[in-house]
Each structure stands twice: as structure tokens, then as C-alpha cells.
Design a protein around this ligand. Structure first.
Ligand code: SF4
Ligand code: SF4
Length: 442
């Protein structure tokens, strides 16, 4: 049978077969890695996406055979460890994704390799700690502890120690922990009448996310203010655990399942009651929209939640389409350098944030659609920090070139990383939803 060069059909994604014994069979995994690496070696389209591919191609080119069979099997991990599961190779480059017969899903193969490593116990304490965003947030935001943690994160001596003991790079600017959590102080207003639109449910449930809850509660407060200004009744989800993305990236799929067991019954009920569910962190939104449905394809609640889940700007722009968005902006935003994070791009909904920012009068938006190289925890690790700054360099340059008043990314972590990479700048970093709150004059 001849196999067509590249697929003409829409890509599909197979469910993740993570409960089968084969998934964790090291020999079978090795065979699949060889098969896919072989295809990638012959293709090399993804060479400039991240450092996983250049690592693979260097291993091939420097091997005695100059083929995949010449790479030491132990070196396969070097490729796996450089993948931070941004999904860009699958979504934007690869012509061999299913339904093509070659069935290449590079990120999910990397995920499988990470899961096998995790099950074998090949994981550092540092990685377990960094991926425990909920537990770390609870601990770090205890009064007094919060001041100590924030001070230590800025102190040279403590950072040197942190790099030595924990492997967190001393130069990485870390997010501060907030003295008051979002969930403890959120003022959601559910008193408005429900106005369903053709494209949008008329009431919202907000999934706070660990990051907004513990690090930047202002983003959550601003989102609630924007919703209230548009008279959308909103509630904060009454009980939540981490969405599971950091544990997924670590390959700890059992922990993902444990968090899913806490979140999905609550979110499933809210979805069935007709709420749009919003999160202001693209990776968390993606977790519910894509990863959990692929891990639990037969779970009706997971499906209902995926269908009810919206990125905030997707929701607001659809609200605009429904004729239900206020455009009484009172302030211009000037020049905004806006970065589209990978986990937003792969949601396949177009540039909704840019669309809304451009509705603000006298606002010039420079859009940069390229991986900034941070990922949730990858770019803080001592061994990948330099890599992450290198991947981000074209983004830092393009964001700075516009001479912006604001630097903004839907991913607040990417925003901080970009600001660090830009170096000296007069621009302020703000989340796009904060910019909309400012534009409304709220
Ligand atoms: S998912 Fe992202 S980081 Fe991983 S290999 Fe693909 S492009 Fe690179
Ligand atoms: S993931 Fe696909 S597009 Fe990228 S190098 Fe491999 S085969 Fe080519």
C-alpha cells in the first residue's frame, strides 16, 4: 500500500490509552519512540519549534550511523525532557497526525514517555513540588509565611540555595504569592437576569485556577468586574482542586485522575445547569477542553464540562456576536504588545483576545504568535532556564520593537517571562482581562 505524503483531512486525536498495560510497557514505548523519531528525522519540519527537535536531530547526526538506530536508547530521555507539551508540533506543523496512516502524535508520545518515567520513580522531588501548585499555594499563602516566601524569592543568597537544593534557576523571576487568595475574597455578582445568547450561555461559573487564586488574584477580580459590567450573573465554583495540567506535564496521570475526581462532579453539575465555565489560565482551560476528554473519553460529565468551558475572551467575543457585550470603553490602552500563548493557540478559536482589545478605541495591538518558551514549570528549572530564554528571544524582541505601553499575554506566567526577557522597558505587564477592565474605566 502506498501512503500519501501528508494528510488532507482535518486532524483528529486518539484518546490516550493510559489505563492499558501496553502504555507503560518500556519495550513497546521504546519501539514507538524509534518509529516516530524515524519519521521526524526524515521530515524535520519542527526544527525551530522548541529544543526537543534540535536535540533529536543532533543525536541522529552525531550518531555513528547518522540514523535513529545509532542513538543510545538512554539518550531518548534527552528529547523527552525537553518537551513541555505545548502541542504546537501536533497542531501547527505535522502532516502525519491522525487520520494519516503514520499516526504521529508527538506530544502524546512524549507524555507517555514521561508517564513511564514517573511510574518508574525517575522523578525529582523538585518536579513533584513545582507541580503541586495547589498544595504549594496553600502553604505559601499562610500569613507570615507569604512574606518570607516572597522575600526569599528575591534574595540572592536564598536563590542560590534554592538553585543548589531544588534546581530552581536563581535568575528566574518568580511570581509572588498574594497575601489574600482570590477565592477567599472574590465578590461574584449573580443577581443579574440570565440572558442566553445564540452562542453563549447567559450565566458564568468561574474556575479560579491555582495561579489566580494564590499568585495573581487581581486577574480573577478583574474578570468578575468585566462580567458584572456586562450584567452577566456569575458565581465562583464552590469547590476546586488544581486542573491537573502540572501533574500531566510530569507524567503523573494518577494524580490527574485524583484531581479530576474532585473537580468534574462539581463542574459537571454547573455545566448541566447551563453555566459557561471560564478560567483565566489557557493551560487550565485546555486541560478541561482537550486533555481530560482524551483521558476519559467515555465520561459524560467530562464531555459536558468540555462543552461548557470557554476561554474568557472567547466568551466575551461570542457575547459581542450575540449583541450582548457593552462597548462603552472610557479609556484608550495606547500601544499593547500582545502575546498569544501556545495553549490558547491550540484551542483553535482564532485570536479572540486581540479582537476584543482592538475594539478599544485608539488602541494599537501588536500581536506576537510564537512560543515564548516558559511553560508552567519548565522554564524555572535550572537545567532548562537558558533554553527557555533562548526559545523566547524572538518573542522578547518583537514585543519590545513596538515600544509598548503594555505587555500582555493570556498566560500570566508567559507575560512575566517576556517582561524579564525584554529587559529594561517602560511597559507595564497586565493580563488582557485587566486591560479590558481598565478600558471600561472600572
Ligand atoms: S509539544 Fe511543544 S515542546 Fe513538545 S515537542 Fe512539540 S513543539 Fe516541542
Ligand atoms: S512532529 Fe511531524 S512535522 Fe514535526 S518533525 Fe515530526 S513528523 Fe515532522
Amino acid at each position: 500500500m502506498t501512503v500519501r505524503e501528508g494528510s488532507l483531512e482535518a486532524p483528529t486525536r486518539h484518546p490516550l490509552d493510559w489505563k492499558s498495560a501496553d502504555f507503560y510497557d518500556a519495550a513497546k514505548l521504546e519501539k514507538e519512540l524509534e518509529r516516530v523519531f524515524e519519521i521526524c528525522h526524515g521530515c524535520r519540519r519542527c526544527v525551530n519549534l522548541c529544543t526537543a527537535f534540535p536535540t533529536l536531530f543532533d543525536l541522529v547526526d552525531e550518531s555513528p550511523t547518522m540514523e535513529v538506530d545509532g542513538i543510545k536508547k538512554a539518550d531518548f530521555d534527552k528529547v523527552v525532557d525537553r518537551c513541555y507539551l505545548c502541542d504546537m508540533c501536533y497542531m501547527t506543523k505535522c502532516p502525519y497526525v491522525p487520520p494519516h496512516a503514520w499516526n504521529v502524535d508527538f506530544p502524546h508520545l512524549m507524555l507517555r514517555a514521561k508517564a513511564v518515567k514517573f511510574r518508574k520513580g525517575e522523578v525529582r522531588l523538585r518536579d513533584k513540588l513545582l507541580s503541586s501548585t495547589d498544595a504549594m499555594g496553600k502553604l505559601a499563602t499562610i500569613p507570615v509565611v507569604v512574606q518570607l516566601v516572597n522575600a526569599a524569592n528575591k534574595a540572592g543568597l536564598a536563590r542560590g540555595l534554592m538553585q543548589k537544593v531544588l534546581g530552581v534557576h536563581r535568575d528566574r523571576v518568580l511570581p509572588e504569592y498574594a497575601a489574600a487568595s482570590f477565592r477567599g475574597n472574590a465578590r461574584a455578582n449573580a443577581s443579574f437576569a440570565v440572558r442566553d445568547g445564540k452562542n453563549t450561555p447567559g450565566k458564568v461559573a468561574l474556575f479560579a485556577t491555582c495561579y489566580v487564586n494564590y499568585n495573581e488574584p487581581g486577574i480573577g477580580h478583574d474578570l468578575l468586574q468585566v462580567l458584572a459590567h456586562n450584567e452577566v450573573p456569575a458565581i465562583v465554583v464552590e469547590k476546586e482542586a488544581c486542573c491537573g495540567m502540572p501533574k500531566l506535564e510530569l507524567g503523573d496521570l494518577e494524580a490527574v485522575a485524583r484531581n479530576k475526581a474532585i473537580n468534574i462532579p462539581v463542574l459537571g453539575r454547573l455545566a448541566r445547569e447551563g453555566h459557561a465555565i471560564l478560567t483565566a489560565v489557557p493551560s487550565c482551560t485546555l486541560m478541561f477542553k482537550q486533555e481530560l476528554p482524551l483521558m476519559f473519553p467515555d465520561d459524560a460529565d467530562v464531555k459536558a464540562v468540555a462543552e461548557a468551558m470557554f476561554d474568557p475572551f472567547e466568551y466575551l467575543v461570542l457575547r459581542h456576536k450575540d449583541g450582548l457585550l457593552r462597548k462603552d470603553f472610557k479609556k484608550t490602552l495606547g500601544k499593547v504588545s500582545y502575546h498569544v500563548p501556545c495553549h490558547l493557540r491550540v484551542q483553535n478559536m482564532g485570536q479572540k483576545t486581540r479582537e476584543l482589545l482592538e475594539m478599544v478605541p485608539d488602541t494599537r495591538v501588536t500581536t506576537v504568535e510564537r512560543c515564548a518558551g516558559h511553560d508552567g514549570t519548565w522554564g524555572v528549572k535550572a537545567e532548562y532556564y537558558e533554553n527557555s530564554m533562548k526559545i523566547g528571544r524572538p518573542v522578547f524582541r518583537q514585543m519590545a520593537e513596538a515600544g509598548p505601553d503594555y505587555v500582555s499575554s493570556d498566560c500570566a506566567i508567559a507575560g512575566r517571562h517576556i517582561l524579564q526577557g525584554m529587559g529594561e522597558t517602560k511597559a507595564a505587564k497586565q493580563h488582557p482581562i485587566t486591560l479590558i477592565r481598565i478600558a471600561y474605566g472600572l
